[in-house]
Design a protein around this ligand. Structure first.
Ligand SMILES: Nc1nc2c(ncn2[C@@H]2O[C@H](COP(=O)(O)OP(=O)(O)OP(=O)(O)O)[C@@H](O)[C@H]2O)c(=O)[nH]1
Ligand SMILES: [Mg+2]
Length: 301
């Protein structure tokens, strides 16, 4: 690994909510690390996914989707986390949805124009949804006229189409360098953090409407008992009425959420997990900068 041609560096994945940034990282890693859902604004924190091979170590930076509505303190926090990821990286992937170009994509592009110092690859995702790839051409032409992309690569993160080619294009742009993290390290985040994220993902997937945005998860207990992790998580909602929705009839919903999260924790940690969930009300946590800090939403960027 001390070969002088070894390459290493950071790859930021930037885009509006829901374009498939986290799905792409999981695909590249070959492992589910980042949480994903059909809903926009699933990712709230910057998280690193580390991909080490015998020739390289590339560190992919998953970011919250950059969005326009920043009235809530939570949303401002997410935009800051995403924007700061453009700095100090070696390559930027600007991810868009091939089917759907919006004013929010335009906003991200404007940000890249003013702040991107590294080469930017335009990655057009979800091409599996397109019957005819030709429809992309006018959009590609328009975007290429606006920004000098290092490359344009259409992919499907979900199906794995063209993701290898994308990795080759990234490789061409990366500098030589040493290992930055130990070679067996997958992420910069703790097991505690990942456990909370998995609970949050299941809430995003099970709950309808606006409710997932009113929820945060805090790990109160995380004990390593040798062959077993004993984990206790609190699900914070903003109003009393939301509590009964999360718990569900006879506790059924909370039970399914707990079971699904536990199974995924076991496969991610490679250990047996004993998980307990509670639901508590903490009014207005998402609107209040100070409460966000207390809940761990700090700008450790
Ligand atoms: N059809 C199709 N769907 C995809 C593809 N990639 C991602 N998706 C879906 O798009 C939705 C959003 O994916 P995420 O990876 O959570 O998107 P994100 O950009 O991380 O979203 P935020 O974290 O909210 O910013 C999920 O339902 C994914 O399964 C793809 O290549 N094709
Ligand atoms: Mg995401």
């Amino acid at each position: 690994m001390t070969d002088s041609h070894f390459k290493s560096g950071y790859v930021a994945i930037i885009g509006r909510p829901n374009v498939g940034k986290s799905t792409l990282i999981n695909r590249v890693l070959g492992q589910k690390l980042c949480i994903t859902s059909r809903r926009p604004q699933t990712t709230r924190h910057r998280i690193l996914g580390i991909k080490t091979t015998k020739d390289s170590q590339y560190i992919y930076v998953d970011t919250p989707g950059i969005h326009i509505d920043d009235k809530r303190a939570m949303n401002r926090y997410m935009n800051r986390a995403a924007a700061s990821s453009i700095n100090d990286v070696d390559v930027i992937l600007f991810l868009v949805d091939g089917m759907n170009w919006t004013v929010e994509d335009e906003g991200v592009l404007e940000r890249l124009k003013t702040s991107a110092k590294a080469p930017v690859i335009l990655v057009i995702n979800k091409v599996d949804k397109l019957a005819d790839k030709e429809v992309l051409l006018p959009q590609i032409e328009k975007l290429a006229a606006e920004f000098d992309f290092a490359k344009v690569v259409p992919i499907s993160a979900r199906k794995g189409i063209n993701v290898k080619q994308l990795q080759q294009e990234i490789d061409k742009l990366m500098p030589e360098g040493e290992l930055i993290f130990p070679e067996d390290q997958l992420t910069d985040r703790s097991s505690r953090f990942l456990a909370a994220e998995l609970v949050r993902e299941k809430l995003f997937r099970h709950l309808g409407q606006e409710l997932p945005y009113s929820i945060t998860v805090e790990i109160e207990q995380f004990d390593d008992e040798g062959g077993l992790y004993r984990i206790g998580a609190v699900i914070y909602v903003e109003r009393d009425g939301q509590k009964s929705i999360v718990i569900g009839k006879k506790g059924e919903l909370l039970k399914s959420i707990g079971k699904e999260a536990r199974l995924e924790m076991q496969s991610l940690f490679g250990k047996k997990v004993f998980l307990r969930l509670w639901v508590k009300v903490r009014e207005g946590w998402g609107d209040n900068e100070r409460m966000l800090k207390n809940l761990g939403y700090t700008d450790n960027l």
